[in-house]
Design a protein around this ligand. Structure first.
Ligand code: ZN
Length: 268
């Protein structure tokens, strides 16, 4: 049986990890293009407010929250700039991004122990990673493109969860949602050179003068080295499925954003 499955609620199609589904008191999903009201190249479930599609995006978030049982009023969004910064979401910041104006700036990961406070990261080829402390009752959502991956943002999130909540990596379930696959991710020598300080040879397949980079495998390495034992990574590729998923590469940047979302429900 596949570790992941798609489901549809009122037209909203989302991808779920069975193992994370089975953890009590936690709700999560990875969104697709299906179920929203945006049009053209943003069709239909664009979730980013950065593309002059504000009214539609707000409606998309409403539809998504209703379908998946997320708290719309407290949905909290990142402000992603390919950093490795992770921010604690507390009562003041909960809801920043949609229901409340946001002072969350240059942040690629969010974490919280508050119930009914969904955390969302945006992706369209980059890797969305959801972290859940099974024992401590804390969650995090991380955006990991190649820069975030290189800087180990998932490990930094785990370190911050440890400092803030006492999270032990061995109690964490990590789930990586749809992102670009190795076959679709062609990179040049400069990119490979940037990983010279990594143990990364096995993550590059040479192809002529170029390479193909394994973004999923690189994030698995970050998570494993941080001590996470339970890791689920979907086979789904954004660039292989541009009709179902938003892909930056497959569209030359004319695309909307999907989200990876995690929320504690308060019923543990
Ligand atoms: Zn692909």
């Amino acid at each position: 049986m596949n570790d992941f499955y798609y489901r549809e609620t009122d037209g909203v199609v989302t991808l779920h990890c069975r193992a994370l589904d089975s953890v009590p008191g936690v709700r999560h999903c990875f969104t697709t293009r299906r179920g929203g009201v945006s049009e053209g190249y943003l069709a239909t479930m664009n979730l980013s407010f950065s593309r002059e599609d504000k009214e539609n995006v707000t409606e998309n978030w409403r539809r998504l929250c209703k379908a998946e049982g997320f708290c719309f009023e407290r949905m909290t969004l990142t402000d992603q700039t390919h950093t490795t910064f992770v921010r604690l979401v507390d009562e003041r910041t909960a809801g920043m991004g949609i229901a409340k104006d946001s002072d969350i700036k240059d942040i690629d990961g969010l974490m919280t122990c508050l119930p009914e406070t969904p955390l969302a990261v945006f992706v369209a080829d980059c890797a969305p990673i959801l972290l859940c402390d099974r024992v401590g009752g804390a969650v995090a959502a991380v955006h990991s493109g190649w820069r975030g991956t290189h800087g180990g943002i998932a490990a930094k999130a785990l370190q911050k969860m440890k400092e803030q909540f006492g999270t032990e990596a061995k109690n964490v379930i990590a789930v990586l949602g749809p992102c670009i696959c190795q076959n679709c991710y062609e990179v040049g020598q400069d990119f490979k050179d940037a990983f010279a300080d990594w143990d990364a040879e096995h993550l590059f397949i040479p192809k002529g003068e170029k390479y193909h980079f394994d973004l999923k495998g690189a994030n698995r390495q970050v998570l494993e080295r941080a001590g996470v034992e339970e890791i689920y990574i979907t086979d789904e590729c954004t660039s292989c499925n541009p009709d179902l998923l938003f892909s930056h590469r497959a569209t030359g940047g004319k695309r909307g954003n999907m989200a990876g979302i995690i929320q504690l429900t308060g019923n543990r």
